[in-house]
Design a protein around this ligand. Structure first.
Ligand code: UGY
Ligand code: MN
Length: 244
């Protein structure tokens, strides 16, 4: 899907946005140095969370304290070190880390690409916030979504009401689809990891491919069909487990 001079598939609307790598412009993120940061999705778009891509250059690093916020970091490529709440971890492609509110964090390394989903944590009465979780995609079972054998869903975080966000990976065989057009209260941030297909967003249909980013506002009608010779997959964020 090469683009003609002066053309783009990028579109930012009130209820959804599609962004393609050709339109990304790096920006600086406080606390991070020797890295390239692209803010995929933010409140500036109308979202209630942020989706951020960070490429660690040679000896790149970032750190701070989450405060009222929480985030999930997913390693898209390469490997890096992390110190989360004082504990050291080595993260490789496919690893993820959930970093809860009021937690110190530090990431460092050379050449890794991180995808971060960050939001303000919404406490739940009677429950303590979750602790740090570190895991890997390969350990998350791939289950048919609503009986669809060609659409496998991997849920990365524990199914526990203390979490107010979920990060999942969907992998579709060519020709597989979301079983119906979903309309729901949850918001999504999404990165296409592989393959290609058609995403229905609100009343529009868009061709999408690996590297593309989509924001879907709450109640934005959505549907996906995988097209092509190879599987299509995406990682996505949703807010969960809280009253409206
Ligand atoms: O979890 C979800 O809502 C998911 N089925 N949505 C999506 O893939 N657009
Ligand atoms: Mn959905």
């Amino acid at each position: 899907m090469s683009e003609l001079f002066g053309h783009t598939r990028d579109i930012v609307k009130e209820r959804y946005a599609l962004r393609t790598p050709g339109g990304f412009v790096p920006s600086h993120l406080p606390g991070w140095r020797d890295c390239t940061v692209v803010i995929h999705i933010s409140s500036g778009m109308g979202a209630n969370f942020a989706q951020i891509q960070i490429d660690l250059a040679k000896n790149g690093e970032g750190g701070g304290a989450t405060g009222e916020k929480e985030f999930v970091a997913y390693i898209l490529r390469g490997s890096c070190r992390a110190i989360l709440g004082g504990k050291k971890h080595t993260l490789t492609a496919g690893s993820f880390a959930y970093v809860p509110p009021h937690t110190d964090y530090q990431f460092s390394g050379s050449g890794a690409r991180l995808l971060i989903f960050e939001k303000t944590y919404t406490p739940l009465a009677g429950r303590t916030p979750p602790a740090v979780v570190v895991g890997h995609k390969k350990d998350a079972p791939a289950k048919p979504f609503l009986g669809q054998k060609g659409a496998l869903l991997q849920v990365l975080l524990p199914d526990d009401p203390s979490f107010d966000l979920a990060v999942n990976i969907f992998t579709y065989q060519p020709g597989a689809t979301l079983p119906f057009v979903e309309t729901h209260i949850m918001e999504h941030g999404l990165l296409m990891l592989e393959g290609q297909g058609i995403y229905r967003l609100d009343a529009d249909w868009h061709p999408v491919q690996a590297g593309d980013v989509i924001w879907m506002a709450p109640y934005c009608p959505q549907w996906f069909a995988a097209i092509g010779e190879t599987p299509a997959g995406y990682i996505y964020y949703k807010d969960v487990n809280r009253a409206p």
